[in-house]
Write a protein that binds this ligand. Structure first.
Ligand code: F3S
Length: 71
């Protein structure tokens, strides 16, 4: 399973980093960064295992602009 962060649409609310700090951090530019991810165009992608899925889902739910996707 993987997380996709549409970083170019991030408004910097920081809820993802607050609720799931093992996967998300706020970068120096004020927007979210998916820790250890790869870039794909304007998105960031990270493969995760089931154990981290709960945290990732909470972050996806809490994001006000709904730019975190788990597939
Ligand atoms: Fe950005 Fe959404 Fe996180 S707006 S800082 S990805 S909660």
């Amino acid at each position: 399973m993987k997380i996709i962060l549409q970083r170019s649409k991030c408004i910097g609310c920081a809820s993802c980093a607050a609720i799931c700090p093992e996967l998300f951090e706020m970068a120096d530019d004020g927007f979210s960064h998916l820790i250890g991810s790869n870039k794909e165009g304007e998105n960031e992608l990270l493969e995760i295992d089931e154990a981290k899925a709960g945290c990732a889902k909470e972050a996806a739910e809490v994001c006000p602009v709904q730019i975190i996707e788990i597939v």
